[in-house]
Design a binder for this molecule. Sequence first.
Ligand SMILES: NC(=O)C1=CN([C@@H]2O[C@H](COP(=O)(O)OP(=O)(O)OC[C@H]3O[C@@H](n4cnc5c(N)ncnc54)[C@H](O)[C@@H]3O)[C@@H](O)[C@H]2O)C=CC1
Length: 529
Amino acid sequence: MDAPTTTSSDDGTSGGGGGWFTPRRPPKRPEDGHPQQPGADAHQAPEGRRPASIRPLGRPEGPVPAAEPVAEPGERPSDEAVNQAVNEAAADSADGSADGSAGSSAEERILAAASVGPSPAVQPQPTPPPATQSAPPPVLKDSVAQASVAKDSVAKPSRPASPDAALVQRTMAEIGPVADQVTSYFYALLFTRHPDLRPMFPAAMDTQRDRLLKALLTAAEHIDHTDVLVSYLKNLGRGHRKYGTRPEHYPAVGECLIGSLSRYASAIWDEETGAAWVRTYTTISQVMIDAAAEDELRAPAWWFAEVVSHDLRTPDIAVVTVRPDQPYPFLAGQYTSLETPWWPRIWRHYSFASAPRSDGLLSFHVKAVPAGWVSNALVHHARPGDVLRLGPPGGSMTVDHTTDSGLLCLGGGTGIAPIKALVEDVAEHGRRRPMEVFYGARTDHDLYDIDTMLRLQQSHPWLSVRPVVDQRAHLPDAVREYGPWNEYDAYLSGPPGMIRSGVDALRDVGIPEARIRHDSVEELVVAGD
Ligand SMILES: NC(=O)C1=CN([C@@H]2O[C@H](COP(=O)(O)OP(=O)(O)OC[C@H]3O[C@@H](n4cnc5c(N)ncnc54)[C@H](O)[C@@H]3O)[C@@H](O)[C@H]2O)C=CC1
């Protein structure tokens, strides 16, 4: 799954997004070029343009451009208004006049924006909205990826939200009750105004349809959570390469985003709100585009991977092993996005079930769940010789090899897969750190990988594996019976409910939040497909 690890991560490898600006240099192809792969979607196009610099978030020095997209209550902003505002904002920032930050990266600008508020160096907006305490941080997926701060574990903001963040959060609160309608309207706008983008999305837009919008809104809402956000957006930008996303797609998405928001938040929408969204979206887009351009220099947009073995462990759980068409670098504890030939353009996240191997093979533990199109295809249809596509690795549920702390791991169901990878990783590093694994399952029969885990325990005296079956105890409760755990780093992997209750249990037994890692709960929900 894609998600942030506490210090959690969504790493955005599956969301969507864009930015508005004119690319400032022509697309650059990787030196070693990842050729257009046969079988790839016809719309898959070259990537890698770099956008013009943009105004730093929430810190315009001069007045807000008069033509920034503004929607009258109940109206959607016109394309002309949006485009004019975007162009003016881009022109403003391109000459560096806004605040002297021209030439700084979007990432730096996000970081700079974080200091809005108390910093005397910061110029407030001409007519700033009342600075309000930010609402409790909303769910942050990992996939704002690599950032590794799970939605549930996002740190509470300690200072007032920046003016733009306050306006963004006010909009989010306004649209909350009609989120489904905003989503439907957003995609209707996008596909009506830009029918050329439709083939980039799955044919059926049900469970997957709001991933792009959700990712953008999540990022906007966390605009002040800079460290998490930058990581998330970089992953999001990299992850979008596999969809064929190009810089010029971002303005289209931005227009429709603002068109939808202004319509459904009409009661509070005004010029300043529109301007705040333009700046926020522009910054988000810039980080994503820069990350994609950088990634293009060193990695393909996706990998083909041939199934080399398919081991049905239970009627609904398979261990699928694939051979990528070229080296696939990743870290134990990470996950990838995966597309099957049976459901084009539907990507799901699966954790690697092994640490990197010398033969380059990758394994995944897949459980077929009701209505899980991808998981059902992988369990019931995939056979050796089938070719899948993989996106880039994501997630920050990785081992910190600079410490000797013990590792406390909770793996529920197929969530044991990345835990096994972590065990192998620790073993390969050769340091005898205590590692305690609690492996939870509904029944004995569901402990499909217990033999492997017990074999690992036999080989490594520093490793302890405890199966926990529901009839006898619940996984988080079982952990409380052991310990003390205050010297341990904790890793959780499993269903969202287990992650939530597991985090609570671990906090209760004295493990600081910063030492609890897991993929984002939101991503896990989608990963369950
Ligand atoms: N990196 C990660 O976090 C990974 C997560 N997963 C996720 O793990 C899940 C595995 O599904 P299944 O094998 O069907 O697991 P499952 O539903 O059979 O549950 C596995 C264990 O988690 C416990 N559990 C479930 N819900 C709980 C709750 N609300 N509170 C406390 N404990 C709870 C169960 O009691 C059981 O011990 C999927 O949602 C999958 O997406 C899978 C692989 C990696």
